[in-house]
Design a protein. Structure first.
Length: 405
């Protein structure tokens, strides 16, 4: 089947283009800016903007969550702790009703380390026990040798990249939490790189961030929030080449700021079920002394220094104690916060499309160009000048399969 989208404003993942037509055949983009074939089904996109499908670069997901993400134009989620590897990932990839997914599998952390402190007594990190299939690979480590031994097991289990938890519990209200030491972090990063996997680190403080940078991680899955940025930490991140997924929506929730005002937008609330809406309207509230303006200023400073920022939300499950974020919806909130931090709308949109695709080696998506996957989002209005227009969702194509929004 051939589909041609006509008269659209085009954001190709990097810039706004003059071309006004995009032609899809099967699961691929086959032409940009060319003529309309007489054999094509034509989609009139006058008054709308065509974007690459959005990428959420920090989630903990499930098949239901992937379906919700797709309803908000998120065509790929990057899981940063969970079981979306191997056969599960391949099954999701074949289902056009779900966002595509890549995953770290489970992250290296010490016994009793993060994220165990987030869960009420009796609840298991990673969800309830499975009734069938292999148990999740849970890499609890305390030494460099243990870390090195775990990396090949994670790769064999299907981890697309390797995640390390570097967290002493300061921000979560549990100071003194067991935390990976520098030698263990160093060894894990070396071994992951030896096996061809990029590495990402969970780090919520400047000290944890610097530990990750010293080890040579490829990216940070959070932006530090314990104190304002310094010239030293900005320079260290910039010179390291590491990317940062700020998860500003998560930081706000940690500070006790709810998603209530964002959820009041009917373009948001109408697409969420009651459980997710209640979750979005709540907050985690474990770090009330935090200052969101400081975090936004840190994001701006890193961006100005040339650090790649990626859109991510840390959305997980619909429970109020992990609130303030929701799959799919909060990508749009994060875009708004990045613009509030000082990025232009085009820069923010790149942080949700071409930049995460490039940094995670997803060479078949994140841009609108011939030969790439037909992961596309059509929205009314012009989000390249008014970022909130990303919520004016009209149609999403996931590998060429269209869903009206």
């Amino acid at each position: 089947m051939i589909t041609t989208i006509t008269d659209a404003r085009l954001f190709d993942g990097v810039r706004v283009l003059d071309a006004t037509t995009v032609t899809l055949e099967g699961d691929r983009i086959v032409d940009v800016g060319g003529p309309v074939s007489s054999a094509a089904e034509v989609v009139d996109a006058r008054g709308a903007t065509l974007l690459p499908g959005l990428i959420d670069a920090h989630v903990h997901t499930s098949e239901r969550a992937l379906a919700q993400a797709l309803r908000f134009g998120v065509t790929t989620e990057l899981e940063m702790q969970g079981a979306m590897t191997g056969d599960t990932q391949r099954r999701v990839g074949a289902d056009p009703r779900l966002a595509d997914v890549r995953s770290s599998g489970f992250a290296l952390t010490p016994p009793g380390g993060h994220p165990s402190e987030l869960f009420p007594a009796g609840e298991r990190p990673g969800g309830p026990p499975r009734s069938e299939g292999p148990a999740p690979v849970m890499p609890f480590v305390t030494t460099p040798d243990e870390a090195v031994a775990w990396i090949p097991r994670l790769v064999d289990a299907g981890s697309d990249y390797i995640k390390l938890m570097i967290d002493d519990g300061t921000v979560e209200g549990h100071p003194g939490l067991p935390c990976l030491d520098q030698a263990t972090v160093d060894a894990a990063v070396r071994e992951a790189h030896r096996l061809g996997r990029i590495t990402v680190a969970h780090a919520l403080t400047i000290d944890a961030t610097m530990s990750a940078v010293r080890a040579g991680v490829d990216g940070l899955t959070h932006l530090f929030m314990d104190r304002p940025h310094t010239p030293e930490v900005v320079a260290a991140l910039a010179s390291s080449g590491a990317f940062v997924v700020p998860c500003l929506v998560l930081d706000a929730s940690m500070m006790g700021l709810t998603g209530e005002a964002f959820a009041a937008d009917p373009r948001v609330s109408s697409r969420l079920d009651p459980a997710w809406l209640a979750t979005l309207r709540s907050s985690i509230a474990r770090y009330p002394v935090g200052n969101l303006d400081d975090v936004l200023a840190s994001a701006a400073a890193l961006h100005s220094a040339g650090v790649d920022l990626l859109v991510g939300t840390d959305a997980s499950v619909p429970v109020p104690y992990l609130g303030g974020v929701a799959h799919g919806a909060s990508v749009h909130h994060e875009l708004q916060l990045l613009v509030r931090a000082g990025l232009t709308p085009v820069e923010a949109l790149s942080a949700a499309t071409s930049v995460p695709a490039r940094r995670f080696g997803l060479d078949d998506r994140g841009r609108i160009a011939p030969g790439l996957r037909a992961d596309l989002l059509l929205v009314d209005g012009d989000p390249t000048t008014r970022i909130a227009d990303t919520l004016a969702l009209r149609t999403v194509w996931r590998a060429g399969v269209a869903s009206s929004l």
